[in-house]
Design a protein around this ligand. Structure first.
Ligand SMILES: Cc1cc2nc3c(=O)[nH]c(=O)nc-3n(C[C@H](O)[C@H](O)[C@H](O)COP(=O)(O)O)c2cc1C
Length: 293
């Protein structure tokens, strides 16, 4: 699969085939992709625990489910693998000088950029070490985002489905359930498995509402020729709700014994989403008018 297509094919999957195991080598490839993401000073602060339901104690897994937001329970119960993504604060406060300095002999940076070992150790390092934990953690969350995004694309390329999951129900309990030391900050958990649903791409904010040219507020126009190319490359795909999406969801829910209702939303609020100046679609997807929206 080409990169652009993997970007286009990735979806958050919320129903998994619990009967279909994930091959170990696929998890390995996902983690290798994460490990090769860009990170400040080559710090390598993003770690992960791979939780394999085949070998993980069932009672401990129940404790983990209790930490996750209630709307994430189905994903956790059906996905065979759960990855807990973590930030290791020691990668900043204890190991950064070593991981940064490896950029010197590997010739990633040069004296032309103003780098000397003296500057690194006597100026850069003390400045970075003076950051309060909150600020360093904020920085390292960006690193984690990049690593997780790489793993999601690798998973997509391998035909796997994933969903990042919040653990807001018992935030204080979550690190204890994972059994991590104080220097480890658990971020998100991620359900990994084979999808039991085939959703379309989810709507995104309009290009010209997100991007600005030279000055903030001066919309950068979406180039239609580039958009057409990306459609041809399968990066930009038809957006949900695709025809038959509701029927698929009802059948999937029936198969698992879940309730089959769709979330309610007033029709005028749905209509507003599709109006021309909406930050979202600006176009009505097929099928909605038939439903009286
Ligand atoms: C950091 C992060 C946390 C998320 N947390 C949840 C979550 O707790 N539960 C969930 O169902 N989806 C979660 N998602 C998935 C988003 O809701 C999803 O990306 C969004 O609906 C767009 O859909 P797509 O990923 O299919 O493009 C999360 C995504 C990210 C990036």
């Amino acid at each position: 699969m080409e990169l652009m297509e993997a970007i286009g094919n990735r979806r958050s999957i919320r129903f998994f085939k619990p009967w279909k195991d994930v091959e170990d080598w696929k998890i390995q490839r996902m983690l290798q992709a994460a490990r090769h993401a860009s990170c400040q000073g080559n710090c390598g602060s993003t770690e992960a625990i791979v939780i394999d339901k085949k070998t993980y104690p069932a009672d401990k897994f129940e404790e983990l489910i209790q930490c996750a937001s209630t709307f994430n329970e189905i994903q956790l119960r059906t996905a065979p693998i759960v990855i807990a993504w973590l930030v290791n604060m020691d990668a900043w406060y204890k190991e950064l000088v070593e991981s940064f300095s490896v950029l010197f002999p590997s010739r990633a940076i040069t004296a032309a950029h103003g780098w000397t070992y003296k500057i690194l150790t006597e100026s850069t390092y003390p400045r970075l070490m003076s950051f309060p934990r909150e600020k360093a953690e904020d920085l390292l969350r960006v690193e984690a985002g990049q690593a997780i995004a790489n793993s999601l694309l690798a998973a997509t390329e391998l035909g796997l489905g994933c969903c990042l999951l919040a653990t807001g129900r018992k935030p204080a309990e979550f690190p204890k359930v994972l059994g991590v030391p104080d220097n480890i900050v658990p971020l998100w958990i991620m359900a990994v498995g084979y999808a039991a649903e085939t959703p379309g791409q989810r709507p995104r904010k309009r290009f010209d509402k997100l991007y600005h040219y030279n000055t903030y507020g001066n919309p950068l126009k979406e180039d239609q020729a580039v958009k057409e190319e990306l459609i041809a490359e399968n990066m930009i795909q038809p957006k949900d709700p695709l025809p038959g999406r509701e029927e698929e969801l009802r059948h999937v829910c029936r198969m698992f014994g879940y309730k089959e209702d769709m979330p309610d939303m007033p029709k005028d609020k749905i209509k507003a989403l599709y109006e021309e100046d909406s930050i979202y679609y600006g176009e009505v997807p097929p099928g909605l008018e038939e439903k009286g929206v």
